[in-house]
Design a protein around this ligand. Sequence first.
Ligand code: AMP
Length: 211
Amino acid sequence: MNIILLGAPGSGKGTQASMISERYGLPHISTGDIFRANIKAGTDIGKVAESYIKAGKLVPDEVTCEIVKRRLAEEDCKNGYLLDGFPRNIYQAEVLDSFAKIDLCININIDHALLMDRLCGRRVCAKCGESYHVSTLGGATTCAKCGGELIQRKDDNPETVSARLAVYNDQTAPLINYYTDKEIIFNCTGTEAPASTLFAVVSAELDKFIG
Ligand code: AMP
């Protein structure tokens, strides 16, 4: 089964994606993670992506679509995959439709007033990617799961977050109608729910398809 996770930055997409990937054995493909790995490794793609990510803008479509096309052609995607952070605009969705068949789009709705605090207070494990909020860490600087160092993403600062939210509203939110029209959307809400509560809702829907 080929799934897209849609939602504003900070809606909890990444956390849901990890839980879905683990439960259903689907590869979790996050374009943001791919770009960050390329930046860390100093590749040409990383060099292109870095300035866009720092500014909270979208990396150019040609670069992003090519990366996803290649990744989906890999062996582990033969029986399905979970896309997190792609597509991010209508053009990318149309390109995706030209080489993939998407079965379900899970859209996480969230009250946008919460997002600035969620993102600016977010700390992520540099080793396993687990995400936390400073308000619940009690001063801890290491990951409770794997002991890795907790860091703040470079794009989780107020200025970049504002730009990312504007990009979401202008370019990504129209995808809700795009997938509603295709009748493959499942809407849920991430506002107050802890990740496990939202996952119970999401997995009940997925069980109908995957079992
Ligand atoms: P994320 O980890 O999904 O929040 O993505 C971090 C950043 O990577 C975004 O703010 C964009 O700059 C870039 N990025 C991730 N996915 C895409 C995409 N599908 N298209 C263009 N840029 C992307």
